[in-house]
Design a protein around this ligand. Structure first.
Ligand code: SF4
Length: 466
């Protein structure tokens, strides 16, 4: 049913005719999933998603504060939105009058700067923080009731963190939040300020939730989400390893992943889960951030490189197929050449399959900004390039071992490469594989297929259907 034939729905005192929401999400998978939750709540208020901002009645930016670049992108997009709405006002087809477009900002920037944002940007109708995502319906209602220019940035003070997972209909993959917030306070990181303290869902609730998703929504692959999933259940005498053990028993669930982890909280019990849980993916994303113990100390990361490498060894002993990926920060304040070299050396020792590398980005209010830093952007960029160049060589060598082997892939997407239509999906070890379908008319999306790898580079893996 298109929007012209859909009936209005009554919410409270207001009629909600069919409307369109346009969303832009910045940042991590937590934010992606928050956007999924927002859309799911809004669908109950007669909103459908549009990819075309000029067609939208409601524009929402879900912001990220982890790096300055994401902040800048959001501010500039907000400015562009104002210009485009002024240039192409939305016209109500029934009245022929200009329609009000409501603009909102949520997420991490809105959590810390919500009130200022609403004051500063005339076009912004309301802002909402990370802990009130599930109240988006009430805020949209307020805006349509005529209450504009407000910010909701309160924290959820309840003891329990209890939710029901929302999904995008039609996909067999689901993000499932299991813990929110972070208690670590790494010296460079804004997350504890934008996402608050750690709070876990109860294990039983997550298991019931996933069972429901598998049974009633056809979910086959689940990604357990949290800023530090390894802390799951600490306050309740529960653990991530126990949760994995229980989820592994669910019939119909094919694959289980989790992200993101802190090395300090990886327990022997979790290592054991990587040995025993049949559905747990052959992939671990374990952010290391630096190869230098002195930098790790300044980052307040609470582990040494020796400890980190021991963890990798244990994981690889528990599951010989496991693939490790990581995050790296190049040019932490006053990082010396020697400390940078320690990071380059770590690449040889750790044999990562992929690195999410960034230059250090100062975040207001974090401890690292108090360091009298002498490094320049040029030094940081040069060091990042050295890390990435070295990693590309290691990555290509690691991935060349895939040639001739067959991998089970859940097909996610298709694209045209050099005039040829190719499908793509991820292996259990999270590598993206491209292949040509054998039946030109067949839609392979969301099918499980076996793909034999025929060629690889550091960044691309090609195969044929078996
Ligand atoms: S563990 Fe450290 S880097 Fe990760 S979210 Fe928490 S404070 Fe930030």
């Amino acid at each position: 049913m298109d929007n012209t034939t859909k009936p209005s729905v009554k919410v409270g005192e207001l009629e909600f005719p069919p409307r369109k929401v346009w969303m832009k999400t910045y940042g991590c998978q937590m934010n992606m999933h928050d956007s999924e939750r927002i859309v799911s709540h809004l669908s109950g208020m007669n909103f459908s998603v549009t990819e075309d901002q000029s067609d939208a009645d409601l524009v929402i930016f879900n912001t990220c504060a982890v790096r300055d670049l994401a902040n800048q992108k959001f501010y500039s997009a907000l400015g562009e939105t104002k210009k485009s709405i002024l240039k192409n006002p939305k016209i109500d087809p029934e009245t022929g009058m200009k329609k009000d477009v409501i603009i909102a900002a949520g997420g991490c920037i809105a959590q810390t700067e919500g009130k200022e944002l609403v004051k500063k940007y005339k076009q912004l109708d309301f802002a909402f923080g990370t802990d009130v995502i599930d109240n988006i319906g009430e805020m949209v209602y307020r805006a349509y009731a005529g209450d504009k220019k407000f910010a909701v940035t309160s924290w959820d003070r309840s003891e329990n963190y209890s939710i029901e997972t929302k999904i995008t209909p039609g996909t067999p993959m689901a993000f499932v939040n299991i813990i929110k917030g972070c208690d670590k306070f790494c010296s460079y990181c804004i997350v504890p300020f934008t996402r608050g303290r750690e709070k876990s869902r109860r294990l039983k609730e997550v298991v019931t939730d996933v069972k429901r998703l598998v049974e009633y929504s056809g979910i086959q692959e689940v990604m357990l989400l949290g800023q530090n999933v390894n802390s799951f259940g600490k306050d309740n005498g529960e653990s991530l390893a126990q949760l994995i053990g229980e989820l592994d028993q669910i019939n119909g669930l094919e694959r289980l992943r989790y992200t993101t982890s802190h090395p300090y909280d990886v327990t022997d019990e979790l290592v054991e889960a990587h040995r025993t849980a049949k559905k747990l993916a052959n992939h671990l994303h374990l952010p290391v951030q630096s190869g230098s113990n002195t930098v790790l100390q300044r980052m307040l990361r609470e582990y040494t490189i020796e400890h980190y490498l021991t963890l990798l060894e244990k994981m690889r002993r528990a599951n010989s197929e496991i693939i490790i990926t990581t995050d790296m920060i190049a040019g932490f304040p006053n990082e010396t050449e020697e400390e940078h070299k320690a990071t380059l050396d770590l690449l040889d020792k750790a044999q990562f399959d992929f690195i999410y590398g960034y230059t250090y980005s100062p975040r207001k209010g974090t401890k690292a900004t108090r360091i009298n830093d002498v490094l320049t952007d040029d030094i940081r960029l040069r060091r990042l390039k050295e890390i990435q160049d070295k990693q590309m060589v290691i990555q290509a060598a690691l991935r060349s071992q895939m040639i001739g082997k067959t991998y089970r892939v859940l097909v996610e997407d298709k694209n045209i490469s050099k005039g040829i239509q190719k499908w793509s999906g991820r292996t259990s070890c999270h590598r993206l594989v491209h292949f040509e379908g054998t039946e030109p008319e067949k839609n392979y999306q969301w099918n499980w297929v076996d793909v034999e790898i025929t060629s690889v580079t550091a960044l691309s893996t090609q195969g044929t259907l078996v």
